[in-house]
Every structure is written in C-alpha cells, then in structure tokens.
Design a protein around this ligand. Structure first.
Ligand SMILES: CC(C)(COP(=O)(O)OP(=O)(O)OC[C@H]1O[C@@H](n2cnc3c(N)ncnc32)[C@H](O)[C@@H]1OP(=O)(O)O)[C@@H](O)C(=O)NCCC(=O)NCCS
Length: 196
C-alpha cells in the first residue's frame, strides 16, 4: 500500500472540488495556478484530465494533484543512439515510427506532504493505471517534460525515468532552441514493460 492508497481518495480535480478545498500549494506557482484555476478548461478541450488525492479524514486537504493525457513517442527524428536505446526492448517486427504513450503533464505534491515518498507512490499508481487491462488505449511509455531543476530531475531519475536526450545540448538542437537560451524542462520517459 502507501500513504495515498491508505489515507486518500483519488478523484477528478474539477473547479467544484477546488471550491470545496483549501488552495493547493506544491511550491510551484505555475502548477498551483493550473490546479487551482484551469483544470476544467483543459478537460473541456480534451487536453488533459486532472486528478487529486484528498485526505479521507479531511477532504478539504489536497495532498497531491496530477494531469494525464494521451501522447506519442515519435522516434523518427531522434539521434540514432537514443532511438536504439528506446526501441531495443521491442521486437524488431513490431517497430513503429511512433509508440503509444501517456503524458504526465503536471504533477505536484502539497508542500505539507513532500519528501515522504508520496510523489513516488503517485507514479506507481499512474503506471498501474496506464497498464491496467481496463485501459482501452494501449500505452507502452510514460513521458514527462520534467522541470529542469535538481529536485525534479532527481525525483524522476530515482523513479526510473530516462532522458530522451543524453545532454541538454542535444535536446536544444532537437527543439531548435538557441544554445544561449535556458532549457526549462527535460523530456524523460519510462518504459512500462521495463523490468524493475
Ligand atoms: C517533485 C515532487 C512531485 C516530488 O514529490 P515528493 O512526494 O516530494 O517525492 P518523494 O518523496 O517521492 O521523493 C523522491 C525523490 O525526489 C527528490 N526530491 C523530492 N523533493 C526534493 C527536494 N525538495 N529537494 C531535493 N530532492 C527532492 C529526491 O531525489 C527524493 O529522493 P530521496 O527521498 O531519496 O532524497 C514534489 O516535490 C513537487 O510537487 N515539487 C514541485 C512541483 C514539481 O516540480 N513537479 C514536477 C513537475 S514536472
């Protein structure tokens, strides 16, 4: 089990839920603003579904929130070595130019609960949802645009996510970003058939 599965209910994060709860604060202003104000708009446009984990004993407290979308892992323009690494576990006759994936668009743990393993448990739950036989859409990879700071990178690295590009420079080249500009996020992925 874990803290979330033992102490929280997971439900869609709608504007109505937000009005019933204390403002969510994960320490990042953009994420707070999104989860507290914009989830309905996103959902309405079918761009992302947001969920929250609320304490069963105190449903006004949101412990964590996240947004999921369908995505694709397009391998066509990846550097050869990265593409090789990504498709190595997939039988050759099943190679595609783009692989089905789910995007962890946003994920935040309340500042009152961070560094307690909750984010790690959340990723375990998301992996289970993506692999669930009731998921009507096949999904091979999880992807994330991880904030390019030490804490977030370390969080995803410890949870088995791999950089799609081995260096920031390679990633900048791929997205055609000038070298002097700062890379705000790093593309990372997790193979759902990976042996832990
Ligand atoms: C990143 C975040 C989701 C991690 O959630 P969490 O519940 O604190 O994570 P866990 O307790 O499972 O931590 C696992 C690892 O994450 C890293 N980590 C998490 N918080 C950290 C911090 N404040 N400083 C440094 N490393 C941190 C560490 O590597 C940690 O491993 P350790 O406990 O062995 O040191 C959470 O800190 C958060 O919401 N941050 C702000 C929003 C954000 O950056 N979201 C990601 C958007 S892509």
């Amino acid at each position: 089990m874990g803290f979330i599965l033992e102490n929280c209910n997971i439900s869609p994060l709608t504007a109505e839920v937000v009005t019933q709860c204390n403002p969510f604060n994960c320490g990042d202003e953009d994420l707070n603003d999104f989860f507290n104000n914009s989830t309905d708009n996103y959902q309405r446009e079918l761009l992302g579904k947001s969920y929250c984990c609320r304490l069963i004993d105190n449903p006004t407290t949101i412990v964590a929130a996240f947004t999921l979308s369908n995505a694709g892992m397009d391998t066509r323009h990846l550097p050869g070595s990265r593409k090789k690494q990504l498709i190595k576990p997939i039988p050759r006759e099943k190679h595609l130019s783009s692989y089905p994936a789910a995007l962890v668009g946003r994920l935040g743990v309340s500042a009152d609960f961070n560094c307690k393993g909750i984010g790690t448990e959340l990723l375990r739950i998301i992996r289970a949802w993506a692999k669930d036989s009731n998921n009507r859409f096949a999904c091979r990879f999880l992807t994330v645009d991880a904030y390019n700071n030490a804490a977030t990178r370390s969080f995803y690295e410890k949870n088995g996510f791999i950089y799609l590009f081995s260096s920031e420079q390679q990633e900048k080249d791929y997205i055609k970003m000038p070298p002097e500009q700062e890379l705000k996020t790093r593309l990372m992925y997790f193979d759902l058939l990976r042996v832990a």
